[in-house]
Design a protein around this ligand. Structure first.
Ligand SMILES: CC(C)(COP(=O)(O)OP(=O)(O)OC[C@H]1O[C@@H](n2cnc3c(N)ncnc32)[C@H](O)[C@@H]1OP(=O)(O)O)[C@@H](O)C(=O)NCCC(=O)NCCS
Length: 332
């Protein structure tokens, strides 16, 4: 029997926590931008409490050579597929695809998943190819959100913060019809993403009421995220808002706007006045589980070389769209 055929995939148990940490460390060294994911007791707790599902691949000698994880994001059926790691030397043999089969096809539906998303690096295209083969749609491009020192073994170091292709897959058999209250190019972007996800949609006037925004900050990543929602604190987007964030060290600003709200077009106009551009479509990612359109402004002091952002052919038009919308925003 060939070595390849002796490799098996299974769900991790708490006893695997040490090997999971070891595999992540051997792939990423010290540059891994999510240190909390390396903590052995956190990994074990995630497995015991079933808040993170890990799939592992191992040889017949029980050496762990592959890993992926599935985690809920919020409580509305959105899950994220992450931590995809295959040991150098075992790549390109379908291991990530086997792990995807285990976690996404077998286990995601049992855990109430409606959609699975992946934030996929653009420093190489292999993980994007997996997503394409698996049926994921490409719904966005998040500019420069990951540090350049995040270099997996087997790849060379990037010269700029790493951008991520947003990929999404519908897992639920049926989804309710979406009312898209956004007009113009943003409405078209929403309708395109919904068509790619196989979700029925129509243009509508949207829900009435006020749209406030929760303010979330991830200091380690220099990220500020505004999550617009009904019932959230009122937020006046005054002209100096972005400069204030920049002075406080913000590198990336995201703003998520529900597509089905009557005030969404008004909010988007204000965001554009502040220099934000289209970033991504995210199903079920809103505070109340709404689909959102994410806008972004890249404020990092390292200029982005767009040619160095690698995407699969299917995502070229999307990349061009995001970059055209970011003109005057990204300092070249
Ligand atoms: C991304 C990664 C997990 C892929 O794992 P893998 O087991 O090699 O993936 P698979 O064998 O299932 O292949 C996935 C796709 O990439 C292609 N691919 C993978 N490695 C390749 C290589 N070296 N050369 C050419 N194609 C390759 C496969 O052909 C496949 O595409 P297809 O479905 O169109 O045929 C692995 O490259 C890795 O660990 N990289 C470092 C960590 C990383 O970057 N993780 C992703 C963070 S988003």
């Amino acid at each position: 029997m060939s070595e390849e055929r002796e490799i098996g995939v299974r769900l991790a148990t708490p006893d695997d926590a040490r090997a999971i940490r070891r595999l992540l460390l051997s792939t990423y060294g010290d540059g891994y931008p999510f240190p909390e994911r390396l903590d052995e007791s956190t990994i074990a707790r995630g497995i015991v409490e079933a808040t993170t599902l890990y799939g592992v691949a191992e040889t017949h000698a029980r050496d762990m050579i592959g890993l992926a994880a599935l985690e809920p994001r919020g409580s509305h059926g959105l899950f994220e597929y992450s931590r995809a790691t295959v040991a150098d030397g075992f790549r390109g043999t379908g291991l990530l695809a086997s792990l995807g089969g285990l976690l996404i096809r077998q286990h995601a539906p049992r855990h109430g998943a409606r959609f699975v998303t992946g934030y996929v690096v653009t420093s190489h295209v292999y993980a994007q190819r997996f997503g394409r083969s698996f049926g994921f749609a490409t719904t966005g491009l998040l500019l420069g959100g990951l540090p350049s020192q995040w270099v997996p073994s087997g790849f060379s170091r990037e010269r700029q913060p790493i951008s991520e292709l947003l990929m999404a897959l519908r897992v639920a058999r049926n989804e309710p019809v979406r009312d898209v209250a956004l007009a113009g190019p943003d409405g078209d972007r929403a309708l395109r993403a919904l068509a790619a996800l196989g979700v029925p949609a129509r243009r509508g006037r949207g829900k009435p009421g006020e749209l406030g925004a929760h303010f979330e900050r991830n200091k380690a990543h220099g990220l500020v995220q505004l999550r617009f929602a009904t019932g959230a604190p009122p937020r006046r987007l005054h002209p100096g808002f972005v400069e204030g964030l920049e002075a406080a060290g913000t590198a990336i600003l995201w703003a998520d706007v529900p597509i089905d709200h009557a005030r969404a077009p008004f909010v988007v106009d204000r965001l554009r006045e502040l220099g934000l551009g289209f970033a991504a479509y995210l199903p079920a990612a809103g505070v109340h589980g709404e689909d959102v359109l994410r806008f972004q402004r890249y404020l990092h002091d390292v200029p982005l070389d767009f040619d160095a952002i690698q995407v699969i052919d299917e995502a070229r038009a999307l990349k061009d769209d995001v970059i055209a919308d970011a003109v005057g925003v990204v300092r070249a």
